[in-house]
Write a protein that binds this ligand. Structure first.
Ligand code: CMP
Length: 146
C-alpha cells in the first residue's frame, strides 16, 4: 500500500475547504494514516521546499507558507501518488483540468491550496520530514450501522 504526504496550505484553511478536500480523498477510498496541524515557519518551509531554492518563486512561496498554519496529513491507497496528482491537478489552476482540486479552488500557481508528493522518493522524504513512526496509524476499516 502506497503512502503520500498531503498539505492543505494556509489558503485552503482560510477558504474553509478542508472538509471538502478530505471528502474528495475519502470518496476515492483513500485512507488517512496521520494528521496534524503545523505552523511551517520560515526555516521549516525553506527546508521542506529545499529543491526549489534559487528559483524566483521560492522567497514568496516561503512567505506564503509561513503566513498561517497548514494541515499536514499522510494518506494511503493503491497507487495513491500518481492518482492523487491527477485529482489535485496542475500547479497552475489556469491550466489545471476541469474538476481537479486546484481548478475548483486554487487562486494562482502559488496559492494553490494543496500539496501532494510527486514521487515515491519524495513521499518518503516528506513523510519523514513531518511524522515520527509512532504518529502514523495502520488501521483497518470496520462495518458500522448507517
Ligand atoms: P507545490 O505542489 O506545493 O510545490 C511547489 C510549490 O511552489 C507549488 O506547489 C506552488 O505553491 C509553488 N510554485 C511552483 N511553481 C510556481 C510558480 N511558477 N510561481 C509561483 N509559485 C510556484
Amino acid at each position: 500500500m502506497e503512502q503520500t504526504l498531503v498539505i492543505i496550505k494556509p489558503d485552503g484553511l482560510s477558504k474553509k475547504i478542508t472538509g471538502k478536500i478530505i471528502n474528495i480523498l475519502e470518496k476515492e477510498n483513500f485512507k488517512m494514516a496521520a494528521c496534524r496541524m503545523f505552523f511551517l515557519d520560515k526555516k521549516k518551509t525553506e527546508l521542506f521546499y529545499e529543491e526549489h531554492r534559487g528559483k524566483e518563486f521560492y522567497p514568496p512561496l516561503v512567505s506564503f507558507m509561513s503566513s498561517n498554519p497548514s494541515l499536514v496529513m499522510i494518506w494511503q491507497g493503491d497507487e495513491i501518488i500518481s492518482r492523487l496528482r491527477i485529482i489535485v491537478g496542475n500547479t497552475n489552476p489556469e491550466t489545471a483540468e476541469e474538476g481537479t482540486i486546484r481548478k475548483m479552488y486554487a487562486g494562482d500557481n502559488r496559492h494553490n491550496v494543496i500539496h501532494c508528493s510527486d514521487s515515491p522518493k519524495s513521499a518518503q522524504r516528506e513523510i519523514d520530514f513531518f511524522f515520527p513512526e509512532e504518529e502514523i496509524y495502520n488501521w483497518e476499516r470496520k462495518e458500522y450501522k448507517k
